[in-house]
Ligand binder design. Structure first.
Ligand code: FAD
Ligand code: MLT
Ligand code: ZN
Length: 447
């Protein structure tokens, strides 16, 4: 056995230092199947002390470390790159403290899934603000590391907005811990905020103190057909001006719906087909709901007010990701634009995709201006379409990553959304936290 492996085995136990190819395989290829690499070993530490010992051992042996939570990330940041490395899985960090109902807060381990956290909060009559279709696998640590958005961002903000403090292990093995949940705390740099969105490059998050919200369950879901993206953007704005409790405003198009129906066997959602669809979720009284159902574009809409019917409508949106992956290995491009630029971007995107002899499935969180452009056709290692789509978004005043992060997928084009001065400052932060470049080399920045 090599010396590093025997140290990792001594730290986490033989059953949590994996080298068997069958056991390791699930940790070395990402959810999209576009990114994979070789792992020297997968180690699953059981607490922050073991995480610290793992990082120190890997540091001594010069072995890069790839932190990984639920491995649902979509930019290749949670699996090893060409340099290989040790995958540090956080799935055993499963602390879940009782909900503090006085402050509306909870402390959760990095390996707790978002579904588990949401159920835990709901049992106390509260709600965790982040929700996403990957809820059964995506973890607290992974969603903080990517600053995940999701379907409720327009109401509660992204993951960073839920974060009151965290515990993390830095590359040298030192542990920073701020789990007290004091909201008024201006004592220097906000390290928790900095680790949010750091994609495993600055430290390994082991636990977090999270804000919870008074539960305001959605009671109304509307799925309306619209002529296109401009109409969808206008309709969501109109509905949001009429209903104070809108929590999601989601978008998809006819080609995505066709793939979902082909993959899932679901029936058509409306009496006729439309070029595009808007899905809105709101906590609304019956009187408020009546204001919506009289709007012209909602005349032929599906309206659901009980949980089962609502989740039936949500399936058309939430099952896009798996249905697209069933059709091929997608190039997943997650952009956000000012709402005023969506229509122009969308039209130019069609021209670009036609030239590339590819097809694009577009859907996303339209309320936040966030579109998921999924390109099928180009080979997984051909980045030319990715590059063109991201530059198109930037040209319209948009960003090349709305919620998925930069990962390995977009490290080469970070400069499209960030200035030279910003990248220099970010690299200085990286060197201060991780001078030897132990954590996730090749993620966020090119090596
Ligand atoms: P992983 O995939 O394991 O890792 C992601 C990144 O975080 C990697 O860079 C990894 O190194 C780092 N990391 C993981 N854990 C830690 C830790 N404890 N400490 C430090 N770094 C760590 N994303 C959205 O934002 N919104 C959505 O609506 C959304 N929907 C999705 C739906 C589906 C069906 C799928 C498959 C994915 C979706 N995603 C979405 C993407 C993904 O779920 C998120 O990026 C999520 O935050 C990843 O969490 P994870 O635990 O799986 O992290
Ligand atoms: C979603 O909004 O469903 C996700 O971000 C997943 C995806 O982009 O495929
Ligand atoms: Zn999304």
């Amino acid at each position: 056995m090599d010396a590093l492996l025997s140290e990792l085995t001594a730290i986490a136990g033989a059953e949590h230092a994996l080298t068997d190819p069958d056991l390791v395989a699930g940790y070395t290829t990402d959810w999209t199947r576009r990114f994979s690499g070789r792992a020297r070993c997968v180690v699953r530490p059981g607490d922050a002390g073991q995480v610290a010992a793992v990082l120190q051992a890997c540091g001594r042996h010069g072995a890069p470390v790839v932190p990984q939570g639920g491995n649902t990330g979509l930019v290749g940041g949670g699996v090893p790159g060409p340099a290989g490395g040790v995958v540090l899985s956080t799935r055993r960090l499963r602390r879940l403290d009782p909900v503090d109902t006085l402050s509306g807060q909870v402390t959760a381990g990095a390996g707790v899934t978002i579904a588990e956290l949401r159920e835990h909060a709901a049992r106390a009559g509260l709600e965790y603000g982040v929700d996403l279709a990957a809820r059964d696998s995506a973890t607290v640590g992974g969603t903080i590391a990517t600053n995940a958005g999701g379907i409720q961002t327009i109401r509660y903000g992204p993951t960073r907005a839920q974060l009151l403090g965290l515990e993390a292990v830095l590359a040298d093995g030192s542990v920073i811990s701020r789990l007290g949940g004091i909201q008024a705390d201006n004592t220097g740099y906000d390290l928790a905020g900095l680790l949010a969105g750091s994609e495993g490059t600055l430290g390994v998050i082991t636990a977090a103190r999270l804000r919870l919200w008074p539960a305001a369950p959605p009671t109304l879901t509307v799925l309306a057909g619209v002529p296109g993206i401009e109409a969808a953007a206008a309709l969501q704005a109109e509905i949001r001006s009429l209903l104070p409790g809108v929590r999601a405003a989601e978008y998809f198009e006819a080609p995505g719906l066709a793939l979902v129906r082909e993959h899932t066997g679901l029936p058509a959602p409306l009496g006729r087909e439309y070029p595009a669809y808007l899905l809105v979720d709101a906590a609304a009284s019956e009187i408020e709901a009546e204001r919506i159902v009289v709007l012209a574009p909602v005349q032929d809409a599906a309206v659901a007010m009980d949980a089962q019917a609502r989740s039936g409508l949500w399936a058309y949106r939430e099952r896009h990701t798996e249905s697209i992956s069933a059709a091929g290995i997608p190039h997943k491009l997650d952009v956000a634009l000012p709402l005023t630029r969506l229509a122009a971007f969308r039209a130019e995107l069609d021209e670009l995709i036609a030239k590339a002899d590819a097809r694009a499935i577009v859907f996303g969180h339209i309320g936040a201006g966030n579109l998921h452009v999924n390109v099928l056709g180009p080979a997984p290692d051909d980045d030319s379409v990715d590059d063109a789509v991201l530059r198109l978004a930037a040209g319209h005043g948009g960003t090349i990553s709305a919620e998925h992060g930069i990962g390995r997928a977009k490290a080469a084009v970070l400069h499209v959304s960030r200035s030279g001065a910003e990248i220099k400052a970010m690299r200085a932060v990286k060197s201060a936290f991780d001078p030897a470049g132990l954590l996730n080399p090749g993620v966020l920045f090119l090596p």
